[in-house]
Design a protein around this ligand. Structure first.
Ligand code: 13P
Length: 250
């Protein structure tokens, strides 16, 4: 049995006060940690504050990390720095980072390795553009992204990795993929993990759907056999709606 996950990706939103207000509002209102992994991935500057103040039923993640241990990379944050704040997760390869910050399949692979080496659990994002979906290239894109992301990653590390399927056309557009479409893509990703590792590994790995998930669409998505949770942007920003998403995910 795969434990469900509800991960909020705040992106570049919330001041320190707003973030703390959210954390206090959700504490004691989330499902227990044995039922669900509830995660908030926040801007780096607020991570330590959130780790210190969060309740037991919430986990904290970052939204990016550099792959080098240290060095002359002005403005970047190393895996060790993230670990030292007490965060558990890090989103890697989000399509916004691929589109605006030159993230590539190669850097995603390097970052996964660096994160794992520093006890951070990667949430690895993949997904196709509208153009790619319309030209029936979705599976090719997922093949390329997943094969490269997992290059050199050992099977024993899979238990610490979550995959998020986020079709770019569904992100922030209000255009949620149909539950069947999302399940088909997540099932395809699972079959790639079976090929790369083993059928049992594919059964065990958790795969999330992301893209306009809301309190209205979450239950149908969660009912799909290949979808283990959500990676949620907009609907994770309000405490009430995040609490509702978490309860509907179990
Ligand atoms: P929205 O839920 O706002 O569409 O964002 C999805 C996303 O990009 C999560 O990483």
């Amino acid at each position: 049995m795969r434990k469900p996950v509800m991960a909020g990706n705040w992106k570049m939103n919330k001041t320190r006060d707003e973030a703390l207000e959210f954390i206090y509002a959700v504490s004691d209102k989330l499902p227990s940690a044995s039922q669900l992994d509830s995660i908030i991935c926040a801007p780096a500057i607020i991570l330590r504050d959130l780790v210190k103040r969060k309740g037991d039923n919430l986990k904290i993640g970052a939204q990016n990390v550099h792959f080098a241990e240290s060095g002359a990379y002005t403005g970047e944050i190393s895996p060790m720095m993230l670990t030292s704040t007490g965060v558990e997760y890090v989103i890697l390869g989000h399509s916004e980072r691929r589109a605006y910050f030159n993230e590539t399949d190669e850097t995603v692979n390097l970052k996964i390795k660096a994160a794992l080496a520093n006890n951070l659990k990667p949430i690895v994002c993949c997904g196709e553009s509208l153009e790619e979906r319309e030209s029936n290239a979705t599976h090719d894109v997922l093949d390329r992204q997943i094969n490269k992301a997992f290059e050199g990653i050992e099977g024993k590390d899979l238990e610490n990795i979550i995959i998020a399927y986020e079709p770019i056309w569904a992100i922030g557009t209000g255009k949620v993929a149909s539950a069947e479409m999302a399940d088909e893509a997540c099932g395809y990703i699972r079959s790639l993990i079976a090929k790369l590792y083993c059928p049992h590994c594919a059964e065990e790995i958790r795969i999330l759907y992301g893209g306009s998930v809301s309190t209205k669409s979450v239950s149908e998505l969660m009912a799909q056999p290949n979808i283990d949770g959500g990676l949620v942007g907009g609907a994770s920003l309000k405490s009430d709606s995040f609490i509702e998403l978490c309860h509907k995910a179990i």
